[in-house]
Design a protein around this ligand. Structure first.
Ligand code: XUL
Ligand code: CO
Length: 437
């Protein structure tokens, strides 16, 4: 069997003192932190699109990366070689999961029937490779945004025929995800949004998106697919305004269309920052509302206003993310998928390994630090203490719905000006820095 990454052997955990660049300094899959192994905490996944199909193209030029598994003259041969290379990569990196769009793994043919046939061929090989390696599918999804037919959206397209095509595509993508034992299925908006309201019936488009997702829920039941559905928020790009803007607007959408029991969120760090939030905010919002499902890990660049999808290396970010995940019990069906790409100048295949190793280590450090913060109890204790008034008779009456405006007016008239307390932000930030150090 051809080896596609001959210069790299299985990446080992060597500990923080190791000088080997391609080794884990912090991610030790079997090490237990806060009751679970690191592998169980993270459920790391590699995404197929950036890692194996992204070759460094940008709006100013084509790809820069030459891969020997990419043979454009024969797309199916290329698809098969790429898949074999991918499983070699997953195994050498030591991740348990992968994620794909239907069109990443098999190229589109001249008709839907031919496209589905091609997909079936590749899925058969994927099933075999999963079996051989033990690598599992975290989630599958459909690419409803690259082909020109979807230029005005898929489920929100002004044409019902395009809506139908998208439905047919998602039907098949769900079937193959099910066939591969996928633990989830993602709906990212793609081009579900608008560039100008002058040509858009927003209310109708949103109704159609709600209908589309209900059809998916029905079909899921029909085929007995037990995986978790996720919706992935993103505020802009490719359209000026994406309907699945951020965690909060997705939650409102799911509630309005009666979908909240069927979908959780797949939160991507760079999408959060594009929406003007922090990744931490998006995670905390989802967790607090019981809809935190999975994570697309990456980061943006503070100076650039687009989805740069860089590998996560910022310890503040990874620590805060793990702080929320740990406090809310962590992943169940979800995991941490690197929806990230190496920079255009990082042209060697080995750069893919450096990128993932760095991301995994950054999250492993974040996990250890977050676990220390929680175990130490000072920071969470401060928050608890800040709200302690709510445990008293007044707070309890309000929380239990036993007080109204009149009673609260009487209380205020009797007790006068309330005592206020410092938020101690600077002290808390200093404390946080001490844990990171
Ligand atoms: C796009 C993005 C997608 C989804 C899956 O920004 O994040 O790759 O994760 O469709
Ligand atoms: Co993503």
């Amino acid at each position: 069997m051809k080896e596609f990454f001959p210069s790299v052997s299985k990446i080992a955990y060597e500990g923080p003192d190791s000088a080997t660049p391609l080794s884990f300094k912090h991610y030790n899959p079997s090490e237990k932190i806060a009751g679970k192994t690191m592998a169980e905490h993270f459920r790391f996944s590699v995404c197929y699109w950036h890692t194996f199909k992204g070759l460094g193209a940008d709006p100013f030029g084509p790809g820069t990366m030459i891969r020997d598994y990419n043979a454009p003259s024969d797309p199916m041969e290329s698809a098969e070689m790429t898949l074999r290379a991918a499983f070699e990569f997953f195994t050498k990196l030591g991740v348990g999961f992968w994620c794909f769009h239907d069109r990443d793994i098999a190229p589109e043919g001249g008709s839907l029937a031919e496209t589905n046939k091609r997909l079936d061929t590749i899925v058969k090989l994927a099933a075999q490779l999963q079996k051989d390696t033990g690598v599992k599918l975290l989630w599958g999804t459909a690419n409803l945004f690259s082909h020109r037919r979807y230029m005005a959206g898929a489920a929100t397209n002004p044409s019902p025929a395009v809506f139908a095509h998208a439905a047919a595509q998602v039907k098949k993508a769900m079937e193959v995800t099910h066939e591969l034992g996928g633990e989830g299925y993602v709906f990212w908006g793609g081009r579900e949004g608008y560039d100008t309201l002058l040509n858009t019936d927003m209310g109708r488009e949103l109704d159609h998106l709600g209908r589309f997702l209900h059809m998916a829920v029905d079909y899921k039941k029909k085929i007995g697919f037990g995986g978790q559905f996720y919706i992935e928020p993103k505020p802009k790009e490719p359209t000026k305004h994406q309907y699945d803007f951020d965690a909060a607007s997705c939650y409102a959408f799911l509630q309005k269309y009666g979908l909240v029991d069927h979908l959780k969120l797949n939160l991507e760090a760079n999408h959060g920052t594009l929406a003007g939030h922090t990744f931490h905010h998006e995670l905390e919002f989802a967790a607090a509302n019981g809809i935190l499902g999975s994570v697309d890990a990456n980061r943006g660049d503070l100076l650039l206003g687009w989805d740069t999808d860089q590998f996560p290396t910022d310890l503040y970010d990874t620590t805060l993310a793990m702080y929320t995940l740990l406090r809310y019990g962590g992943f169940t069906t979800g995991g941490l998928n690197f929806d990230a790409k190496v920079r255009r100048q990082s042209i060697d295949a080995v750069d893919l390994f450096h990128a993932h190793v760095g991301g995994m280590d950054a999250f492993a450090r974040g996990l250890k630090i977050a676990a220390r913060i929680i175990e130490d109890g000072k920071l969470p204790g401060f928050v608890k203490d800040r709200y302690k008034g709510w445990e008293g008779p007044l707070g309890q009456k309000i929380e239990k719905g036993q007080a109204g405006f009149e009673e609260l007016e009487a209380y205020t008239l009797e007790h006068g000006e309330p005592e206020i307390q410092s938020g101690r932000q600077e002290m808390l930030e200093n404390m946080f820095n001490e844990y990171i150090a």
